[in-house]
Design a protein around this ligand. Structure first.
Ligand code: YSA
Length: 351
């Protein structure tokens, strides 16, 4: 081969190689191209080897041309690699691009259960009157649920609270543990641990083994209230509960106190509000009485005070236990307490 032939072949090879390089679309194709031209058995590498076959005078010119071609292909390869990398990056960014005009996904927002809302509203009213908020156990000892509230074993008043007992007996075979039937056991627990003045409200869940109807659930909530100090009278009890009714229902709603019996108060009362549905005329909701009872209350019995070590000759107090579901029913015109725990979103979403 003459130098002239070699130069022409190198030029033709370089032109073809550069065209193919431009046609390569990804890094894989580039690698194949590199192997084909610049690899150990590549076309240009073979050509460099054939320079050795030239005569001694022709060799420098042939060698220089082959080396220029090699450098040209190598730097063209580098440029093409950079180009392809940049294009791949752009494509990636384009795929990841955020389209801010797309409509968002709706998040289902939760809300507080109507009972929780009512409990908080009532507690806030009492907090504004100087009461503290405390909570207590739902699984309770007989001692706190009954005995310390002046309801000894075999006392007929136990029938007022249909009790769900826990399967556990003491040495004498007596049942000792239960699901609390009211929040009143917290009266004894709190007084045992503190000295007057006491002003607390205790919200919490209660359980009773009773048939359900429009105003009775087998599990429901109560808010217990307790105020003990020197010189507390029944007027304080009435004033506090009137204020509660006024703040929740407005001044025009009628409130009724009637004598009631609870072994842990003397005297005892219940408080009712006129029925929202029949406006006091009598209907199935209020059992034709025109009134719906919302709480039991009274002056703390001296025996309860003595039981926790308070001197009843020095201290007096009032206590009450109210049902927040019943209050929510009156406030929002709900005609059946069973809606609260039926988990029907059509009901719950209204609050
Ligand atoms: C009385 C005097 C005190 O010094 C302190 C508290 C009490 C209340 C007493 N511990 C008690 O449980 N009385 S009660 O049986 O009449 O219940 C009080 C309130 O709880 C009722 O007025 C009612 O609002 C609610 N309640 C009672 N049983 C219910 C119920 N709510 C829904 N379902 C039930 N089954």
């Amino acid at each position: 081969m003459t130098t002239q032939d070699l130069l022409q072949t190198i030029e033709a090879l370089t032109t073809r190689a550069l065209r193919e390089l431009q046609a390569a679309r990804d890094l894989e194709a580039l690698e194949a191209w590199r192997v084909s031209y610049l690899g150990r058995r590549g076309q240009l590498t073979q050509m460099l080897r054939s320079v050795g076959a030239l005569s001694a005078e022709e060799r420098p010119a042939g060698g220089a041309a082959a080396n220029r071609a090699k450098e040209a292909l190598e730097s063209a390869l580098e440029r093409r690699q950079e180009e392809l990398k940049a294009t791949a990056l752009e494509r990636g960014l384009a795929e990841e691009r955020l389209d801010v005009t797309l409509p968002g996904r709706t998040l289902n927002l939760g809300r507080l259960h109507p009972t929780t809302q009512m409990v908080r509203e009532i507690c806030n009213i009492f907090v504004s009157m100087g009461f503290q908020v405390m909570e207590g156990p739902e699984v309770e000892w007989d001692r706190y649920n009954f005995e310390m509230l002046n309801i000894p074993k075999e006392h007929p008043a136990r029938d007022m609270w249909d009790t769900l007992w826990i399967d556990r007996v003491d040495d004498l075979g007596e049942r000792t543990m239960l699901l609390r039937t009211h929040t009143s056991p917290m009266q004894a627990r709190i007084m045992e641990q503190t000295r007057p003045p006491v002003r607390v409200v205790v919200p919490g869940k209660c359980y009773r083994y009773e048939a359900t109807d429009a105003t009775h659930e087998w599990h429901f909530h109560q808010i217990e209230g307790l105020a003990v100090d020197e010189g507390i009278t029944f007027a304080d009890l009435k004033g506090t509960l009137y204020e509660l009714a006024r703040r929740i229902f407005g001044a025009e709603r009628k409130v009724r106190f009637r004598v009631d019996y609870f072994p842990f108060v003397e005297p005892g009362v219940d408080m009712s509000i006129d029925c929202f549905r029949c406006k006091g005329q009598g209907c199935s909701l209020c059992k034709n009485t025109g009134w719906i009872e919302i709480l039991g209350a009274g002056m703390v019995h001296p025996k309860v005070l003595e039981g926790v070590g308070y001197d009843p000759n020095v201290y007096t107090g009032f206590a009450f236990g109210l049902g927040p579901e019943r209050i929510a029913m009156l406030k929002y015109g709900i005609d059946d307490i069973r809606h609260f725990y039926a988990n029907d979103l059509r009901f719950l979403r209204q609050f």
